[in-house]
Ligand binder design. Structure first.
Ligand code: NDP
Length: 513
């Protein structure tokens, strides 16, 4: 017999798929369409859960609930300290559910459990950090240049925030939006990717358990072109916080612009990982592997362009190939697996298309170069870890985001050339520099056009450090103190303290009392 959990998930008979509901106004509801779609496990290529197919009507209800909650005294009059307490309680609940949530996300998007385990255990830190920040959002008293006037600023929430996340790290990337948005006192409607909604819908239950008032967080699943667009263009949405590809980001930006909405965009990348001849080569090899094969290359910060200093080029490529050949592919739920499947069938096809394009462009395939047919890969969408040499900086494989385990290697002669090649990109999300010279490290970190530069490490993030892109990699910052400002607006308050009204026919400017 079917049972209904607190999350509103109807657990059907054994062997049947879970049929999920959406969170609107504190209630778990069925989609207005009455339709569900299947979420597919990328390792088995078989459906494993049913996702409610939301429609405009559901977004309208969710935004109305978020707007109501924004003005409701239960949230609006809650002290910032109490808000922070709720966020920290949520953090503790997530920590308690980390293993379960990690397994759900691994099943849904194929991300390694070895990485998910650490990721979901780390996610609470964002809620602790921003929970701690909630009651430290302070305005300023300004020593204004006029007598008899007291001027101060207030930092206020913007209103209803639309949070839109991609399929590669739904919980982490939603956390980067929800933690500062809620700490600042906003309310949220979250639309996860159609390809990875299950962990988001399960996550929703924790907001209820933590004690957030109904409607403060709403989750509507469905398709980007349907619910995503309705959400972005909804007149009562004040701010759009989006993570996804740059083309979708551009479209979202233009839709939001028509409503003059605030926008944060975290978009794609084509990051350069640069190894100099004075680097500790074995460490740099691990950094190059982590840059492109971690998360099967399905990460915005993938170091998909490896720039090698000519004196160490041959030696480095040899070491890299040797380590890449040992990569253990297979079921992402196995903690020993190092390279998992591609999350979606269209993305699998896209990665294979780019491999073909690279070959047609004249790049030399040194490793992989096609689907992985290993027995441990089952029926999943696996692509062999692929390494190209002979890549020219202007080739498509060196310019466009593949979002898969495909590395392009490009040689360089000196710092100037490395900088030129690295910056010759429409993206600017991150970069890596491998050197033992402090002079080089500082010079390169200054010259590289990227929102994050790692020196002698790669793919490190923290709740404390701002993250975001230069150029087409995005607008605004997530994490760190910078992030909370993205969810606040400043009000300047003027109080006359003497009652001596100056000339009402002219503006009250400096020197006019
Ligand atoms: P997409 O841009 O295709 O989708 C991102 C989100 O936007 C999804 O929820 C999607 O919904 C939604 N969406 C799609 N079309 C619209 C629309 N017209 N209006 C509103 N929302 C829409 O990205 P992917 O999911 O394919 O994710 C991969 C991309 O994300 C890569 O380019 C990657 O670099 C980037 N990314 C960036 C990160 C960063 O922090 N900079 C981090 C991680 C990924 P649906 O899935 O239902 O179509």
């Amino acid at each position: 017999m079917a049972t209904t959990t607190q999350a509103g998930v109807t657990s059907a008979h054994a062997g049947e798929m879970k049929k999920h509901k959406m969170l609107i106004g504190g209630k778990w509801v069925e989609p207005s369409t009455g339709n569900w779609f299947e979420s597919v496990n990328p390792y088995t290529a078989k459906p494993w859960a049913l996702i409610p197919r939301g429609a405009s009507e559901d977004i309208n209800r969710a935004v109305a609930a978020a707007k109501k909650a924004f003005y409701d005294p239960a949230w609006r009059n809650m002290s910032a300290t109490a808000r922070g307490h709720l966020l920290r309680k949520l953090a503790d609940l997530i920590a308690g559910e980390a293993e379960r949530l990690g397994q759900i996300e691994t099943t849904d998007n194929g991300k390694l459990i070895a990485e998910m385990g650490g990721q979901v255990k780390y996610i609470p830190q964002w809620f602790h950090y921003f929970g701690g920040l909630a009651d430290k959002i302070e305005g300023r008293v300004i020593p204004i240049d006029k007598p008899g006037v007291f001027n101060f600023t207030r930092e206020e929430p913007v209103g209803v925030v639309a949070a839109i996340t991609p399929w590669n790290s739904p919980l982490l990337l939603a956390t980067w939006k929800l933690a500062p948005a809620l700490a600042a006192g906003n309310t949220v409607v979250w639309k996860p990717s159609e390809f990875a909604s299950v962990s988001a819908l399960e996550f929703g239950e924790l907001f209820e358990r933590a004690g957030f008032p109904p409607g403060v967080v709403n989750i509507v699943a469905g398709f980007g072109t349907e619910v995503g667009e309705t959400l972005v263009t909804h007149k009562d949405v004040a701010k759009v916080a989006f993570t996804g590809g740059d083309k979708t980001g551009e479209h979202v930006y233009s839709m939001a612009a028509r409503g003059l909405k605030r926008v944060t965009l975290e978009l794609g990348g084509k990051s350069a990982n640069i190894v100099f001849d004075d680097a500790e080569l074995d460490e740099a090899v691990k950094g190059a592997i982590s840059g492109i094969f971690a998360a099967t290359g399905q990460t915005c910060i993938a170091g998909s362009r490896l720039l090698l200093h000519r004196p160490i080029y041959d030696q480095f490529v040899e070491k890299l190939l040797a380590m890449a050949r040992t990569a253990k592919m297979g079921n992402p739920i196995d903690p020993n697996t190092q390279v998992g499947p591609i999350t979606t069938q269209p993305q699998y096809q896209k990665v294979l298309d780019y491999i073909r394009i690279a070959k047609e462009e004249g790049a030399t395939c040194q490793l992989g170069g096609g689907p992985a047919k290993r027995p441990e890969c089952g029926n999943g969408w696996f692509v062999e870890p692929t390494i190209f040499t002979g890549v020219k900086p202007n080739m498509r494989i060196a310019q466009e985001e593949v979002f898969g385990p495909v590395l392009s290697i490009i040689p360089f002669d000196d710092e100037e050339e490395a900088t030129r090649i690295a910056n010759d990109s429409m993206y600017g999300l991150s970069a890596g520099v491998w050197t033992t010279s402090i002079r080089r490290a500082l010079m390169m970190s200054e010259r590289l056009e990227a929102g994050t530069v790692w020196v002698n490490t790669y793919r490190a993030v923290s709740y404390m450090s701002p993250f975001g892109g230069y150029k087409r990699s995005g607008i605004g910052r997530e994490s760190g103190m910078e992030a909370i400002r993205e969810y606040l607006q400043t009000k300047s308050v003027w109080i006359d303290t003497v009652g001596n009204a100056p000339n009402p026919f002219i503006m009250r400017m400096g020197g006019q009392g």
